[in-house]
Structures are given as C-alpha cells and as structure tokens.
Design a binder for this molecule. Structure first.
Ligand code: SF4
Length: 373
C-alpha cells in the first residue's frame, strides 16, 4: 500500500498555566520531563521519516509550543527543520502565546523556516482573560505582532473566542476593534464549547458561573461574522476568516479528509480510511517510544463518507460532488438522501460543482448534520 501523507502535525503538550475552558492534551511540567518528551518526539519522527517524503504542510500545536524554554524550543525546531522533507513544505505553522514572543524565539522560528504564526489571544478584555486564567491583553499582543512583522512574518493568525461567560456584545465589539487594529491576515473565531473535565465545567456545575444564553451567543456570532466580512475577511470555513490568499493550508487537509500524520502525545494520524491515535499518558508515550521507536496506537475505523460530508461542509465552497463520487464510487445524494430536504428549505445549495451551506445554513449546521449521522 502506498500512503501519501500531505501534512505533518506535531504535538507539544506543555503550557505555563491551564486555561479554564481548555480540554486539549496539555500539562504544566518540569524541564526534565520536557527534555525526555522532546527526545521521544525526535525518535518517533525519525521512525516515521519514510512516510513524510510528500508532506507540504507542518503544524506544530499544543499545548503551547512557544512556552518552551529557549534552548528546548531551539532543539524542537532543529529536529523539524533538518528533516529532508522540509524542502518541499510550503506552510509551517507554530502556535504561540503572545507573551512568549521575544527576539530570540522569533529568530529561531525564522531560521527553522516557520512561515505562519498562530497567536492564542481569545479576548483583549482583561476581566475576561482573568476569568479564563490567561495572560495577554492588547499591549502584549500588539508588541508580539509588531516584533513578528518587523522580523518579516507575513502570515499571522489570531485565535479568538466568543460566548465565554461574562462576554457581551460590548466586549465583543471592543475585541473586534482591537483585533482589526492589528490587521492580522487570518482570524479563527470560535464559539466557546463547554467541555467536560475543564475548570469552567466544574464552575458551571457548581453554579459559580452561568453560561450565556443561546440567543446572546447567536448575537455575538452575528456581530463577529458581519464585522469581519465587512472588513475584507472571507469566511472560508465556519470559524475561520482570511484575507485573500491567506487561508490555512494544513487545516484544509482535515476538512477534506486527506492524509496526515500526527507525532507526539495523543496525536492522531489519518490514512488508509483509519485513524491512529497515540497514547494519552505522557509516561506511556515516552516509554513506548523509547522501547520501540513508535508508541502503541489505538486504531479507529473511519466512516469516510460521513466524515467527509460533516467536515467538508464546514468549508465555504463545500464538497465537490464529482470528487466525492470518484472517491466512493457512489453519488453523494445516494448515500445521504436526507440532505435533499435541506436544498428545499434553503440550508444547502448547489453550485455548478459543489454542495455547500447557504449563509443561513452555516449558522444552522447542526440541523443539516442530523441528515448525515
Ligand atoms: S488554551 Fe492553550 S495555553 Fe490554555 S491550557 Fe489550553 S493549550 Fe494551554
């Protein structure tokens, strides 16, 4: 079997502090554990090298890769940049928190061939940042953006959140004003999802904090979409907005159900109609890689037709009908006849080549997904 992996995801699970809403795979760790993890990462990367020859994108996420101490950050970037496959990579993204950005780290990223920075900002409102248990604020973010620009970084994404308890239309309007003032090329604006086993879910369960009403969250969403679109950001995916030519390439692999390889703790890979997931416990991950060069993975069977529809509809252009039929040898509406009713009720529409959400459908996506699951 020939596997053509197009994207590489590398997971760095460390953070300086744990944010109240976060359910990602992350931990606050001592330097020795970070070093042991990086050595394991290097081994896994070495083992997987034969699969990486065709990669076009690299995404270093977490956790917060930028929070590593500078010598460890250097070690991490070096192990990636010296991969032979990097010569063909057109997009190399790193997630970073604005407060970690300094001249030394920016230089290291430039030397390693990083092309795109994704800054975790979430909000500029200090009272909300405090509730989220995050650092940041406008001065910190604008200083980071200025430094990145001075050094020549063009592609900057800013990650934002709406729907957090305490946020209201006024706060979101201020966030948007600060955001637009920074002129990022790309914005990911997520509606907060209350995840189980987070500090926030504990507070909500104990009635210390109340989640905002659904109508208020819808108003915030409308304000975000309208403001960003008015200012030249194309909503090319449900939660992602970009200026022309600045859409993220790596994430498109996920939305189009293409092949990618994940390295590191809890990282998922996808190829051959299966999803392979690395161990969830760091001690297990490190010891297995040290013993075998790769960790033991959990294998999940995909339902590719279903996943492609759910993920592909997230994109503004939707799903290419001929590509679906070529891939699965059956027309899309034959597999999911229930989708036709949403053409009639105006949530879906057909273009010459694609099936996609209408503007209204984008906001009522869950109703459409019921026809697929
Ligand atoms: S949101 Fe980011 S910085 Fe905060 S705990 Fe999660 S991964 Fe770490």
């Amino acid at each position: 079997m020939i596997v053509l992996i197009k994207g590489l995801y590398i997971h760095l699970p460390f953070c300086k502090q744990i944010c109240s809403y976060c359910d990602f795979s992350k931990l606050v760790a001592k330097r020795e554990l970070k070093e042991a993890y990086l050595l394991a990462l290097q081994k896994e990367l070495e083992f997987r090298k034969p699969l990486l020859e065709g990669i076009e994108t690299v995404y270093l996420g977490g956790g917060t890769p930028s929070c590593l101490e500078t010598p460890l950050f250097k070690m991490l970037l070096k192990m990636i940049s010296r991969l032979k496959a990097m010569s063909k990579v057109v997009e190399f993204t790193i997630e970073a928190n604005p407060e970690d950005i300094d001249i030394e780290k920016v230089d290291l990223m430039l030397d390693a061939g990083v092309t795109r920075i994704s800054l975790g900002v979430q909000t500029f409102a200090l009272e909300i940042l405090e509730k989220m248990q995050r650092e940041g604020g406008f001065d910190t973010v604008s200083q980071a953006v200025r430094l990145l620009r001075e050094k020549g970084f063009v592609d900057i994404n800013i990650d934002m959140i709406y729907g957090y308890p305490g946020q209201n239309l006024q706060i979101i309007a201020n966030d948007l004003r600060f955001l637009l003032g920074l002129e990022p090329d790309h914005v990911s604006y997520y509606s907060l999802i209350l995840e189980a086993r987070t500090i926030l879910s504990h507070l909500v369960k104990n009635k210390v904090v109340t989640m905002p009403l659904e109508d208020d969250v819808c108003d915030q969403s409308e304000l975000v979409v309208q403001t960003l679109e008015t200012h030249g950001y194309n909503r090319y995916e449900i939660s992602n907005f970009a200026r022309e030519g600045h859409e993220a390439r790596h994430n498109r692999l996920y939305w189009q159900l293409q092949e990618y390889l994940g390295i590191g703790l809890k990282a998922a890979s996808q190829f051959d109609n299966h999803r392979y997931v690395n161990p969830l416990k760091i001690s297990e991950y490190i010891s297995e890689v040290n013993m075998h060069g790769v960790p033991k993975q959990t294998i999940e069977t995909l339902e590719p037709e279903k996943e492609l529809v759910i993920l592909g509809l997230r994109l503004r252009e939707g799903i290419e009908l001929s590509a679906f039929e070529k891939r699965f040898l059956v027309p899309l509406f034959k597999v999911f006849p229930g989708l036709e009713q949403h053409l009639d009720n105006g949530l879906l529409e057909l273009t010459k080549s694609h099936l996609r959400f209408t503007k209204r459908g984008f906001d009522l996506a869950n109703q459409v997904y019921l026809a697929v699951i």
